[in-house]
Design a protein around this ligand. Structure first.
Ligand SMILES: Nc1ncnc2c1ncn2[C@@H]1O[C@H](COP(=O)(O)OP(=O)(O)OP(=O)(O)O)[C@@H](O)[C@H]1O
Ligand SMILES: [Mg+2]
Length: 262
């Protein structure tokens, strides 16, 4: 059985190549990159600005196509999907948290979250319940009826996080989801991710520049010269079978522990 066919495997990327431009001006961003991610694994992706982190997330989320290599997600070859199938895959399986939030400016925080739940055709009351619960888990209950331009950068970023989580996709692709948050809030978001990964088996790929994120993840990589290098952590393979400190610390915290009623 190939790795990507194993039920516990969510993502298998092999020999991935992505370049932009032609000839002398060509930028070779990903150069034969490999990555395997288990279901329910929380992964951090680090790397200097311009190293290709967003490019990699876009490829795994089927928003872009590579020049070479293969990408299997949930046992399926996303490069062989037709347009329609790719669209369905993105809407139902993947929650995107984009680097620039991309909220709809004419919709309230509540409506921004509710909108993504309309796409898979969720029942009205189920949508309202999930939207309310997710906003609460991100400490945004009091801001539900505000427009994006009435929110701070960090509040907007949390709405974007809520929008991706409310869908309950099998995988979340998060591009610097805590860049606009203070440490306490950033830790709250990572604790929430940890809980969702553990209780719902959701897989998370989290791009970040913040070293604190590594405390909460199972695995951390550095994207360097177009390839991923695992970041070694002294506590990653101890005899207790505990993968890391953050995971241990975060276990058992209820999902709404972060709700702070702000
Ligand atoms: N659509 C595109 N057309 C041309 N070049 C691109 C395109 N997308 C990305 N690039 C180039 O690919 C490289 C990697 O970009 P990418 O956005 O993936 O970096 P990043 O690691 O996410 O950086 P940051 O930390 O600043 O967000 C950059 O040199 C960028 O200019
Ligand atoms: Mg980026």
């Amino acid at each position: 059985m190939n790795d990507y066919q194993k039920p516990e495997i969510q993502v298998v990327v092999q020999d991935l190549v992505r370049s932009f431009g032609q000839g002398e001006r060509a930028v070779h961003v990903l150069r034969g990159l490999d990555l395997t991610v288990r279901k329910g694994e929380l992964v951090a992706l680090y790397g200097p600005s311009g190293s290709g982190k967003t490019t990699l997330l876009n490829l795994i989320g089927a928003l872009d196509r590579p020049n070479g290599g293969s990408i299997m997600v949930g046992g399926r070859d996303i490069l062989r999907m037709g347009e329609r199938e790719r669209g369905n895959f993105r809407r139902k399986q993947i929650g995107f948290i984009f680097q620039n939030y991309t909220l709809i400016p004419t919709y309230t925080a509540f409506e921004n979250v509710d909108l993504v739940l309309r796409l898979p055709g969720l029942w009205y009351f189920e949508r309202r319940k999930r939207t309310r619960e997710t906003l609460k888990a991100l400490g945004l209950s009091a801001w539900a009826n505000h427009m994006p331009d009435e929110l701070s950068g960090g509040q907007r970023q949390r709405v974007a996080i809520a929008r991706a989580l409310a869908l309950r996709p099998s995988m979340i692709l998060a591009d610097e989801p805590t860049s606009g948050l203070d440490t306490r809030m950033a830790r709250g978001v990572m604790t929430l991710f940890r809980n969702i990964a553990q209780t719902q088996g959701t897989t998370f790929l989290v791009v970040s520049h913040d070293p604190m994120i590594a405390e909460y993840v199972d695995t951390a990589y550095d994207l360097n010269d177009g390839q991923l290098v695992p970041r070694l952590k002294s506590f990653q393979h101890d005899n207790m079978g505990v993968t890391n400190n953050g995971a241990k610390k975060a276990a058992g915290v209820p999902a709404d522990a972060y709700a702070d009623g702000d």
